[in-house]
Design a protein around this ligand. Structure first.
Ligand code: ATP
Length: 345
């Protein structure tokens, strides 16, 4: 039972509040992504969990035990830093088992553990190499193996894949997830990449300005964003100012009747309408909001149509091979698929 619980955590740097009353509970064995733009407090939260920063207020519990004042090396947490922080003067095996060496574990046990971990991260036989003899992806695996060497109760990673190129990164996201699942270790990863979070996480925690905006399963956050910030941050969406009145959505001078499945979290007044590009429908000009096509991008698997309606940009992603042919300069009628409209504050 290693549930990680955070209660009312705040962190001040001088007068600047990097974390503001953060509370959350992470069930045992879950893979959690802390997601948000640069400076939102993700790394600070991870460092407080690890014991590398002392909170200004609040507590950190693991399995019900208060860890807030427990020093880092006694928290049973494995860490992978963005910089990896591997030692050039040690071979791969000694890098991996360094956390065991500083805890006084004997050499034979360390060697055996290094072999096990090298197998786990799919680098069998590379224990004697030096770090500079490894590729970027291999170094990443060594850092992951080192973070796991102490058999941590909680595994913490700060932007672990950010230095990798896009294709290797996608591959490592899946591998990291598979390693985590095979061990069942409670894992918290910091990332600013929403696709990475959606790929790996059981639970995504979206942060902004030191405050949790929403915590939930990836698809819950994607389909039911708590506010306009979350809607805009997760996936691609069209965010349009609207007005809610008597259950109708008024947008760009048009009134749309709410339909079954629409998620309208605002009862009245100004709000934001979020519609994913795949739910934007195009027809003849009289069939919806009048918009002018500004750009068409054919990507093979879909066609992206960029439009301007009033002072708003709208993007539609259309399936390939659709009958409707549009070109820049055309006037079209835009509508939003009923049941796929989300209204948030
Ligand atoms: P990034 O994705 O850029 O790493 P982040 O979300 O991880 O961002 P943090 O590193 O947690 O953000 O920083 C949150 C805020 O706290 C930032 O405004 C940062 O400048 C500030 N901050 C972090 N550490 C310190 C420090 N030691 N002293 C002063 N301010 C700090």
């Amino acid at each position: 039972m290693t549930t990680l619980r955070i209660e009312g955590l705040s962190k001040l740097f001088g007068t600047f509040k990097a974390l503001d009353d953060v509370s959350l509970e992470i069930p045992d064995g879950k893979f959690v992504c802390l997601l948000g733009p640069s400076g939102c407090g993700k790394t600070t939260l991870l460092r407080v969990i690890a014991g590398l920063e002392t909170p200004s207020a609040g507590r950190v519990f693991v399995g019900g035990a208060d860890q807030t004042l427990v020093p880092t090396h006694k928290r049973g947490m494995g860490m992978v830093f963005q910089s990896l922080a591997l030692f050039p003067h040690l071979d791969v095996a000694d890098n991996i088992t360094y956390p065991l060496a500083i805890r006084g574990v004997d050499k034979a046990t360390r060697r055996a553990r290094a072999e096990e971990l090298l197998d786990l991260v799919r680098l069998p036989g590379l224990g004697a190499r030096r770090v500079h003899q490894l590729s970027g992806g291999q170094r990443q695996r060594v850092a992951i193996a080192r973070g796991l060497s102490i058999n941590p109760q909680v595994f913490l990673l700060d932007e672990p894949l950010s230095a990798l190129d896009a294709s290797l990164r996608e591959h490592m996201q899946i591998e990291l997830r598979q390693i985590q699942q095979s061990l069942g270790v409670t894992t918290v990863v910091v990332t600013h990449d929403q696709k990475e979070a959606l790929t790996m996480a059981d639970l995504v925690i979206v942060m902004k300005d030191g405050v949790i905006q929403q915590a939930g399963a990836p698809m819950e956050i994607y389909h039911n964003p708590a506010n306009a910030f979350v809607a805009g941050f997760i996936g691609t969406t069209n965010l349009l100012p609207c007005e809610i009145n008597a259950g109708a959505i008024s947008v760009l001078g048009h009134s749309l009747a709410a339909a079954d499945g629409d998620r309208i979290a605002v009862s009245r007044g100004p709000a934001s309408l979020s519609v994913r590009p795949e739910h934007v429908l195009l027809g003849a000009p009289e069939e919806g909001l009048r918009a002018e096509v500004t750009f068409v991008r054919d990507l093979g698997e879909s066609r992206h149509v960029l439009m301007r309606a009033g002072d708003q940009d709208i993007t539609a992603h259309l399936p390939p091979g659709g009958a409707l042919r549009v070109a820049p300069g055309d006037t079209v009628g835009v509508s939003f698929r009923p049941g796929e409209r989300v209204v948030v504050q």
